[in-house]
Design a protein around this ligand. Structure first.
Ligand code: 5GP
Ligand code: 5GP
Ligand code: 5GP
Length: 208
């Protein structure tokens, strides 16, 4: 079949802090492979347009096929753990990410490359180390949003976006970090446009 024309301008590379997924009203379930380590985990690699819109679910004829990433599975379990309930081995999360987002960049990255490339991006910028080097620890304390952003900018050279959510008591906390990647997924770029949503000037960094 003819491959679809590329309908996006860049990617958001999104990582989640597990403590902030789990301490919400909704809670979480550890994957069947065990409690993830106390580190950021991958959420996804999301094709996006410069006007802020994004394509999704682009090719139902190319659904997630776990057999194509069997060589990556053990690495995915540590770097891309699922925290949704009910507890499962991660294939549901990875399949959702491929079907919703990955199929929209299939002209650039086939399924195996989509996951392999996303895993290698995580290795290029160590977010937790960047924060800890600046004295920002996952210890339940509050830190200024600007200090978090500056720590990541200094360590990586790129300006991140911070997405917050609320813990079960309603405190704003560091939930996800967005970085941007060029449309051929060859490396990080400054974000052409940032997502929306507010954090407040001081946010919690919960333990996990
Ligand atoms: P939420 O509404 O919880 O922020 O996002 C729900 C889902 O919508 C995300 O998991 C992701 O799949 C998609 N999404 C939200 N914001 C963006 C965005 O700015 N760009 C892209 N590409 N997807 C997004
Ligand atoms: P999105 O649509 O925002 O890219 O992905 C969110 C979807 O993935 C939801 O259906 C959510 O239940 C599922 N999911 C499974 N595991 C996780 C996880 O660890 N974190 C997040 N944010 N969503 C997960
Ligand atoms: P400025 O462009 O002056 O840094 O920020 C403008 C507004 O966007 C301020 O209200 C600031 O708190 C908010 N903001 C800046 N960076 C981020 C971020 O990474 N995440 C979120 N949620 N808000 C931000």
């Amino acid at each position: 079949a003819l491959s679809a024309a590329q309908d996006f301008d860049f990617f958001y590379f999104v990582q989640q802090w597990p403590g902030s997924y789990c301490d919400t009203k909704q809670g979480c379930c550890y994957p069947s492979t065990g409690k993830p380590s106390s580190d950021f985990g991958i959420h996804g690699l999301w094709p996006n347009r410069n006007d802020g819109s994004y394509p999704s679910n682009c090719d139902s004829s190319n659904p997630f096929d776990a057999s194509e990433i069997s060589d990556l599975t053990s690495y995915m379990q540590t770097q891309w753990p699922t925290l949704a309930c009910p507890s499962n081995n991660g294939l549901t999360f990875w399949g959702h990410e491929w079907d919703k987002h990955g199929t929209c960049s299939e002209s650039v990255l086939n399924q195996h490359d989509y996951f392999a490339t996303t895993l290698s991006l995580k290795n290029e910028i160590n977010l937790l180390q960047a924060l800890q080097s600046a004295g920002i620890q996952p210890n339940g304390q509050k830190y200024s949003l600007s200090s978090i952003k500056t720590a990541i900018q200094q360590a990586s050279g790129y300006t991140p976006w911070v997405e917050c959510n609320n813990d079960s008591s309603g405190n704003s906390q560091l939930y996800q970090i967005y970085l941007c990647v060029d449309s051929s997924a060859s490396g990080f770029i400054e974000c052409p446009v940032f997502p929306r949503g507010s954090c407040g000037s001081s946010i919690e960094f919960p333990s996990f």
